[in-house]
Design a binder for this molecule. Structure first.
Ligand code: GDP
Length: 417
């Protein structure tokens, strides 16, 4: 068994940072020499007699989805923070959609319950509309009430995380070469490239040759979240390493390997592959290329993000495209909402290999640029049936071409000249 890795999400100002601080202050300092937590992008919390939890310290769904868009799914459980005096807000809903698209279970932290106008029932009701039904209401989602400044509900929240983790039966092996993912990385003036990495399998040892994305090196120093030098790190632990020859990207995978030369070769190989790929261009999710990508799956899914000018259009379009689903191809709406196409829409579509259909709205130039970078197709429409026609065409694009053999006659070869 390995500890769960947790990300905190929710609307701005609902208390994500405060909750992470409260957890860190009450738990990390307990019994740890020095006890001065360093910011290394992730930290571990031990719950006496029950286990350990690793928190990723970059709250918000942008980071989560950006990592996922790069193929890195590191989060096992999402904590959705909702302020009891404010209720479900646009970013709350976005966070729920992002977690659901990633199929990561959500635990709800109803925060700010110390506020006089806190209304917990209202939040349960609002969240039930997003598919999160609390246990008290007969559902399966764990809800915990918290107050970050009063440090209330912190133990219950940690208990809920460990309970959810038990149900997930998370495991990893301590055998074999260590692998994992970069959480964040930067160039430090004195120490050179510094990366916070999450070990996901195996045990990473100081001195090990390592490939990280397109970088390589030997681990010179390894420190934990309180700045202690450590010699090795097992599954689900986050550590800071130095010794790389470059700064990797968040979401890059790492592998410990046999020798430093192999590490360098692999990194160089990856770089030249990426360059070759950039020249030929990636083909993520253009209508015409969907088929190749997905023909291996049983029931195919076309993932869509819908953006429209008014709520009425959003609902009408969502209903209409979902009705297009057939036995062979399912239309799955990852997210639908009012307003222009934004960066978060593109990252969500990108992470699920989906496309964006916009009705009466357009992407701004920033969104357009990100769409191009992520190779996400964005199509704008002003006529509903044109939109539906295109979605139908995209679905057909997912289907395998059907080939039939029809025998029209037989012949015998008598002579070759
Ligand atoms: P974030 O944007 O989600 O990270 O929110 P912050 O953690 O920065 O919190 C926003 C504001 O709400 C800050 O002024 C916090 O002090 C306050 N806050 C956070 N949690 C609570 C809480 O449980 N109760 C009260 N009364 N205030 C809180």
């Amino acid at each position: 068994p390995r500890p769960p890795v947790v990300t905190v999400m929710g609307h701005v100002d609902h208390g994500k940072t405060s909750l992470l601080d409260a957890i860190r202050k009450t738990k990390v300092a307990e019994g740890e020499a020095g006890g001065i937590t360093q910011h290394i992008g992730a930290y571990s919390v031990s719950v006496a007699g029950r286990g350990t939890i690793t928190f990723l310290d970059t709250p918000g769904h942008a980071a989560f989805t950006e990592m996922r868009a790069r193929g890195a799914q590191v989060t096992d459980i999402v904590i959705l923070v909702v302020a009891a005096d404010d209720g479900v807000m646009p970013q709350t809903e976005e966070a729920v959609r992002h977690a659901q698209a990633a199929e990561v279970p959500i635990i709800v932290a109803v925060n700010k319950i110390d506020r006089p106008d806190a209304n917990v029932d209202r939040i349960s009701q609002q969240l039930s509309k997003l598919g999160l039904m609390s246990e008290a209401w007969g559902g399966e989602t764990l809800f915990v009430q918290t107050s970050a400044p009063k440090r209330e509900g912190i133990d219950q929240l940690l208990d809920a995380i460990l309970l959810q983790a038990e149900m997930l039966e998370l495991t990893a092996s301590e055998e074999g070469h260590a692998t994992g993912t970069v959480v964040e990385a930067k160039l430090d003036r004195g120490r050179g490239p510094v990366a916070t990495i999450l070990v996901q399998n195996g045990v990473l040892k100081r001195g090990a040759p390592i490939v990280v994305g397109e970088c390589s090196g030997k681990i010179r120093a390894m420190t934990d979240h309180v700045g202690r030098d450590i010699k090795q790190a097992g599954p689900s632990s986050a550590v800071e390493i130095t010794g790389l020859d470059g700064v990797p990207d968040a979401g890059d995978k790492f592998n410990a390997v046999e020798d430093a030369e192999a590490a360098r070769d692999i990194a160089q190989n990856r770089m030249s592959q990426r360059k070759a790929h950039e020249v030929t261009g990636s083909t993520r999710m253009s209508l015409d290329d969907l088929m190749k990508k997905m023909s291996a799956k049983e029931q195919l899914t076309l993932n869509l993000v819908i953006k429209a000018d008014v709520q009425g259009s959003v609902e009408a379009l969502r209903g209409a495209v979902e009705k297009l689903s057939t036995g062979e191809v399912k239309v799955h709406v990852l997210f639908s909402g009012v307003g222009g196409v934004k960066e978060s829409d593109i990252l969500l579509a990108s992470a699920s290999s989906g496309m964006i259909v916009a009705f009466g709205v357009r992407p701004d130039s920033n969104a357009r640029a990100i769409g191009e970078r992520e190779h996400v197709e964005i199509r704008s429409y002003s006529i509903i049936y044109e939109l539906l026609d295109d979605v139908r065409r995209a679905m057909q694009g997912l289907l395998k071409p059907e080939s039939r053999e029809k025998i029209v006659g037989h012949a015998e070869i008598r002579e070759l000249s």
